[in-house]
Design a binder for this molecule. Structure first.
Ligand SMILES: [Zn+2]
Length: 60
């Protein structure tokens, strides 16, 4: 399997493991972090903001 590094839109790191939605990429670490982040966690609004970049693109 080819290991291509993509830049994660959440942490900004270039990683090969993760999910790609449209042409946006979220690394595995951030994806798992998001899954376990509580709605009242301080980090939650940050994740939502980053995710909106994908939603806007999907809308277009
Ligand atoms: Zn990441």
């Amino acid at each position: 399997m080819m290991q291509v590094a993509h830049q994660c839109i959440v942490c900004g790191e270039a990683r090969s493991a993760g999910i790609a939605i449209c042409d946006q990429f979220i690394c595995q670490a951030c994806e798992q972090e998001m899954v376990k982040t509580d709605v009242d966690d301080a980090k939650y609004p940050f994740f939502i903001r980053q995710m909106k970049q994908i939603w806007f693109k999907m809308d277009a």
